[in-house]
Design a protein around this ligand. Structure first.
Ligand code: 475
Length: 823
């Protein structure tokens, strides 16, 4: 922190701010070929971006040579997804030059905010897992832990969602169409990645049997770096994203035979590998191209890691002392057989030495227990694409099962459950089992989730490896998710308790006594109102709807998923509507209910719920009796930059998943950190949020995880709730009978049927009444603004635990065995 404060004092010198304006003009001309007299916002955004970026390159090189000189152990965070969002404000925030930059930009005739809006989000992920990776990169570099993100530079990120006649439509997200000033392409670094072919046996000079992978089709991987500045900019790291390039000799024979177009076709196909992010959140599609993407990431990354390692070491034996690799879910788990292949086939090691190195290098984070998300690959597909890896996986499994059989003699059921190869329904490779066997540590992402891993999903493994499965509760970076996105509240907090909170979030606790100070409460409420006004303007722009900042802003923003139960929220909205219609003069707490989130393009039920939200909104918002008391809107294209507008403006955060199903949640943390009160189930990190903020400052309702499990076992009957609850019955009948879809009465029957006829797997019917009661408590409390604001302060004040700085330090000390450099 002291370094940060020093930096901000002489920030003009360090970042040559007096030259910034000239640099922007210079870059307008030299890099962009634009006339600096033009007033194009997009050009100025780019010129500013380049001028900001060039100020970091020096610091970045210095950081990297520090790491090199000190031979620091490095952490590699392998992830198929990153969700950094926009970079400009994040760079300025972490450089501590937002205000200075605002002045300079004003002198050029712009507001910083309008230039900020010119940037497209880097949406290289689906949701929680990708955003977590980006928060962790921020926390690693801010705490001087030598960490690097490795991922894929998709040409098309998560699709752009628009809403047409109430339905989701997907458009391609060509996010780099107009270039991306943040990326530094390494045209001169290329690695070859192999696919297909076969594994061949031969004898080495000592007469040992060896394997080599031959007759492959090769694709080149080219890296592109994006700098990641730490807070205060004492250090700068990077994420390295790979793009596919066809290899030069691709189909040379076809060229020679004169089949120019045929040969070009092959080139084009090979470059498809990094074209598009698969848009499924927590759902396995099992396409060959996806497996290609995974191996492409892993192969290029390990060539890069080993090249860097071998610059400073002569033997690979000490790899685990110099390198820690974190697998972000099983998506990059093919890294385990890949490292085995490299150590044995390329570097000549024997199995046991190689396996020991492997298992001391890898750790694996599980992010979901949903069965449909657990990756398995058909043996014939994996064996065709990666024949040598398939051989190695079989051998890993053979040796592993030998060990299990020795510990649990005669327990063949257990062997088949734990096997890396699933036999029933055609042989498949279970990537989670492979990742557990090949890692030294496996972690869940919240206490409850890790517990479910130990006692449920990975129970057999927990019995076999009793110390391997652990917990690291997720966190979010307070730089982006408070300081940057919520200037009004950040200013107030800093005025009250000083600036240290953003690197030591536990400091927020000093706000606790201020909750009793009415002047502070007023200031807190003013900051919230300011954010609600800003959001109202955004909503008006985006969906042409006016919303009233003096109503309760009730928000649910996350991927559309049945287990997240946006439908339960809609059922509450319909119930409120009915109550108002029945009693138009009733005194009710005015609410604005906002939704946002993308549905996977093939997820029919999730898309239908988006439609239902929009149709309910249409009915509610048009009703004169309801006017001024209840408004509903679905904001299209939820993404990081939209979250930065939504989160600071929320009064109420909806975290209402079926208990046991949301591994952690991180939106829950962002909202509470910004002073929203949570209504939620005891699921994921909600449990720990309740422990931190106190049960009296959160609205908890519904079945607990063990009760959900028991009900599923003993037989759950949703109709019972329908029959015994008139209000619920009315809501269901309205959905089922076409009240919200008069032109297409049966439109929402599948929604009705899933609850009434198909078992209501996510138990909305059971949780409806408890949810309604919790919402009534919300309404009552909101009428007492003094109490509400008090609790809002206490929520933010007690969120210290959920800084990703804390999460990253737990990984560093407990899993990676690295310490911040210079300590
Ligand atoms: C959890 N994504 C959140 C968050 O830990 C948790 C799976 C398969 C393919 C593509 N994407 C996925 C996830 O599994 C995922 O995002 N999981 C989420 O991880 C961070 O906070 O509860 O649902």
């Amino acid at each position: 922190m002291s370094r940060v404060c020093k930096m901000s004092k002489n920030v003009r010198e360090v970042f040559r701010l007096d030259e910034l304006k000239d640099d922007i003009r210079r870059n307008m001309v030299a890099l962009l070929g634009n006339d600096p007299r033009s007033k194009r916002k997009f050009s100025y955004y780019n010129a500013l971006a380049y001028s900001v970026r060039e100020r970091l390159v020096d610091l970045w090189m210095r950081t990297q040579s520090d790491y090199y000189d000190s031979m620091a152990k490095r952490v590699y965070y392998l992830s198929m997804e990153f969700l950094p969002g926009r970079f400009l404000m994040n760079y300025l925030t972490n450089m501590g030059i937002v205000d200075e930059c605002r002045e300079i930009v004003a002198e050029l005739g712009f507001s910083l905010e309008e230039l900020e809006e010119e940037e497209w989000d880097a949406g290289l992920g689906n949701g929680g897992l990708g955003r977590l990776a980006s928060c962790y990169l921020d926390s690693m570099v801010s705490q001087n832990i030598p960490g690097y993100g490795y991922g894929i530079l998709y040409d098309y990120g998560i699709f752009y969602q628009s809403i047409v006649n109430g339905n989701q439509e997907e458009r391609c997200d060509n996010w780099r169409r107009h270039g991306c000033p943040w990326e530094i392409t390494r045209l001169d670094t290329l690695y070859e990645v192999k696919f297909y072919g076969r594994s061949e046996t031969y004898y080495d000079s000592d007469g040992n049997v060896r394997f080599r992978w031959v007759d492959t089709e090769n694709v080149m991987a080219m890296p592109c770096d994006i700098l990641i500045p730490g807070y205060g900019c004492s250090h700068v790291s990077n994420m390295r994203l790979w793009t596919a390039q066809s290899s030069r000799e691709f189909n040379l024979s076809d060229f020679n035979r004169g089949d120019y177009i045929g040969a070009m076709h092959g080139k084009v196909m090979s470059e498809n590998i990094t074209k598009v992010l698969y848009p499924n959140d927590q759902f396995l599609q099992g396409m060959e191209l996806r497996l290609k993407q995974q191996y492409f990431l892993v192969s290029a990354t390990f060539q890069d890691i080993l090249r860097r390692y071998l610059k400073q070491h002569t033997s690979l034996a000490a790899l685990p002392e110099a390198v820690a690799v974190q697998l972000n879910d099983t998506h990059p788990a093919i890294a385990i057989p890949e490292l085995m292949r490299l150590l044995m086939d390329v570097y000549g090691m024997g199995w046991d030495v190689a396996w020991d190195i492997c298992t001391r290098t890898f750790a694996y984070t599980n992010h979901t227990v949903l069965p449909e998300a657990l990756e398995t690959w058909p043996v014939d597909l994996l064996g065709r694409l990666l024949p040598r890896h398939m051989q190695i996986i079989y051998e890993i499994n053979r040796r592993f099962l030998e060990g299990v059989a020795a510990t649990f003699p005669g327990d063949t059921e257990r062997l088949s459950r734990m096997s890396v190869i699933q036999e029933e329904g055609g042989q498949r490779v279970r990537m989670a089992n492979l990742a557990i066997v090949g890692s030294h540590t496996v972690n869940g992402v919240a206490a409850l989730h890790s517990n479910i891993l130990q006692t449920g999903l990975f129970r057999d493994f927990h019995e076999y490896y009793p110390r391997k499965i652990r917990n690291v509760t997720n966190g979010v970076t307070p730089r982006r998710w408070l300081m940057q996105c919520n200037p009004a509240l950040s200013r107030l907090i800093t005025q009250s308790i000083g600036p240290e909170w953003c690197c030591n979030l536990e400091k927020l606790r000093e706000l606790v006594p201020l909750a009793e100070d009415s002047a502070f409460r007023d200031a807190w409420a003013r900051a919230k109102l300011e954010n609600k006004r800003l959001l109202s303007r955004y909503v008006l722009r985006k969906v042409q709807m006016g919303i009233n900042p003096n109503t309760l802003f009730d928000m649910q923003f996350k991927r559309m998923h049945e287990y997240k139960r946006q439908l339960l929220n809609v059922m509450h909205v319909i119930s409120l509507f009915n109550r108002i219609k029945d009693n138009p003069s009733a005194d009710i707490t005015p609410r604005t209910v906002l939704f946002g989130g993308k549905a996977a393009p093939g997820y029919y039920q999730a898309k239908l719920i988006i439609r239902l939200i929009n149709e309910v909104a249409r009915v509610v918002n048009a009703d004169a009796d309801v006017a001024g008391r209840l408004r509903v809107a679905f904001l299209p294209n939820y993404c990081i930059s939209q979250a930065e507008k939504v989160v600071p403006a929320a009064d109420l955060s909806e975290q209402i998943s079926t208990a046991g199903m949301e591994a952690s949640g991180t939106g829950n943390m962002k909202f509470a950190l910004n002073g929203a009160l949570t209504i939620g189930t005891l699921d994921g990190a909600n449990v720990e949020i309740m422990e931190e903020v106190g049960a009296e400052n959160i609205f908890i309702f519904g079945l607990k995880a063990h009760e959900v499990a028991e009900k599923r076992r003993s037989g759950y009957n949703p109709r019972e709730f329908y029959e015994n609850d008139a209000e619920l019955r009315r809501v269901m009948d309205m959905i089922g009978s076409g009240f919200f879809s008069p032109d297409e009465r049966g439109l929402f029957s599948p929604v009705y049927d899933s609850l009434m006829h198909h078992g209501d797997y996510y138990m909305l019917m059971a949780d409806y009444r408890p949810y309604m009661e919790a919402q009534a408590a919300v309404d009552a409390l909101y009428l007492d603004q003094d109490q509400w604001v008090r609790k809002s302060i206490l929520n933010a004040a007690n969120m210290g635990k959920f800084s990703s700085d804390r999460s990253v330090m737990e990984y560093a000390r407990g899993i990676w065995h690295v310490e911040p450099l210079g300590k």
